[in-house]
Design a protein around this ligand. Structure first.
Ligand code: PMP
Ligand code: GLN
Length: 390
């Protein structure tokens, strides 16, 4: 017996590529997780909290200290005024937060516009919630907001827009002008925006992340999701948070109550501590990741690879059309990990139709020596190929 949605999907490509990386002793630039930049002071805070306890169920909405810290961070970083008691919910990762939003807000048959490329859990959980994901495609290399395509996709059944900025896997950071266009749509078509902002602190080259929720006209229509995994480089912790209006958050909190009920309290305490760290922490994270992005991008370009520009997140996309006559990015990644010892992720996995086959994604949130090792391996691989990378 199997539910038809889960029966129709396989093992996630992130897991598959990590397994292959381990099998081949490869440098794993596939699955998006940081290495070597974990926030040591936040981990120390978790150790203290684990020793001190308590170890029992925290309140279902989250520890007051963390809800207060999330509210304060909304104000400090993005100028959003938030009532911590009624407008913040703590979840077990952003993934659970997304599921809570879908399950808590949507009815069967409701349509949700999903910008593609899109994180793989969106479509699956939307469908399991009975909703209909409506893909709206952004086009490389600039990934501009496809305004006409959005207008053409709205029907009387459209209820929500799912927006991920900064965007995985392409590193797009939505501009104020694009967000204003979306804010206007929310109002005109009576929609809500589910805003996946897990990479909110990871923007580069002076680009500013702007939450849609920070636009006053959209404040009451947004559910804004963050993740401590990304902000403190501890993706295994799975601590997320949702900020919205009290009215919109209540059904989401109900879904959370019946799914996981709560999130480990010592991790919540540590994240509360982390969100209060000084600007040097947040600025330092940004500067380190920007430097690592530049290092990987320059190294790849020197080897002859075509690297797309990315302004945020952990990721760079590489165009493999000149390297992959078969036009199959998944098969290419499988070959690449075996032949070169570097794992990447095929970008087709971010498309419902799997038809974008010419890009692969590499994660640069790693120690420099690991990035150097990956570049050396890719250089050796390119030199061995009958058709050179260039
Ligand atoms: N949204 C996006 C866009 C992501 O890339 C990820 C994870 N890498 C998540 C959500 C999930 O975050 P979490 O690990 O906190 O569930
Ligand atoms: N979101 C992460 C990525 O893009 C992966 C999360 C996961 O493995 N489920 O790599």
């Amino acid at each position: 017996m199997v539910n038809s949605v889960f029966g129709s999907v396989g093992t996630s490509v992130f897991e598959t590529m990590s397994r292959l990386a381990a099998e081949h002793g490869a440098v794993n630039l596939g699955q998006g997780f940081p290495e070597g930049i974990e926030a040591a002071e936040v981990i120390a805070a978790a150790e203290r909290a684990l020793r001190a306890g308590p170890h029992q169920y925290p309140p279902t909405l989250g520890l007051p200290a963390l809800r207060q810290a999330v509210a304060a961070a909304n104000k400090r970083f993005w100028g959003i005024e938030v009532d911590w008691q009624s407008e913040v919910l703590v979840t077990s990762g952003a993934t659970e937060a997304l599921a809570d939003c879908f399950l808590g807000l949507l009815e069967p048959g409701d349509e949700v516009l999903v910008f593609q490329p899109a994180y793989d859990s969106y479509g699956v959980i939307l469908r399991r919630a009975g909703a209909v994901p409506v893909p709206v495609r952004l086009e490389p290399p600039h990934w501009e907001l496809p305004r006409q395509r959005i207008l053409d996709s709205i029907t009387p059944r459209t209820r929500a827009i799912l927006l991920n900025t900064p965007m995985n896997p392409n590193g797009k950071v939505f501009t104020r002008d694009e967000l204003e266009f979306l804010a206007d749509l929310l109002e005109r078509h009576d929609l809500v925006a589910i805003c996946d902002e897990v990479y909110e602190h990871l923007t580069f080259d002076g680009r500013e992340h702007l939450p849609l929720m920070a636009l006053p006209q959209a404040r009451g229509r947004c559910l804004r999701i963050g993740s401590a995994g990304k902000t403190f480089s501890v993706t295994g912790w799975k601590v997320g948070y949702v900020t919205s209006t009290a009215e919109r958050l209540a059904p989401v909190a109900r879904a959370h109550q019946y799914l996981t009920f709560a999130t480990p309290p010592h991790l919540q305490s540590a994240v509360a501590f982390g969100l209060g760290l000084g600007d040097d922490y947040f600025g330092g994270l940004q500067a380190t990741l920007q430097e690592h992005r530049d290092y990987l991008a320059a190294g790849l370009r020197d080897l002859g690879f075509t690297v797309l520009d990315g302004g945020g997140t952990y990721f760079l996309c590489v165009d493999i059309s000149g390297l992959d006559p078969q036009g199959d990015d998944f098969a290419f990644c499988r070959r690449l990990v075996a032949e070169s010892g570097v794992a990447a992720v095929p970008v087709s996995t971010f498309y419902a139709e799997r038809d974008m086959r010419s890009l692969i994604r590499l994660c640069f949130a790693k120690r420099k020596p690991l990035l150097r090792d990956a570049l050396d391996r890719l250089g050796a691989w390119a030199a061995r190929r009958p058709v050179a990378a260039a």
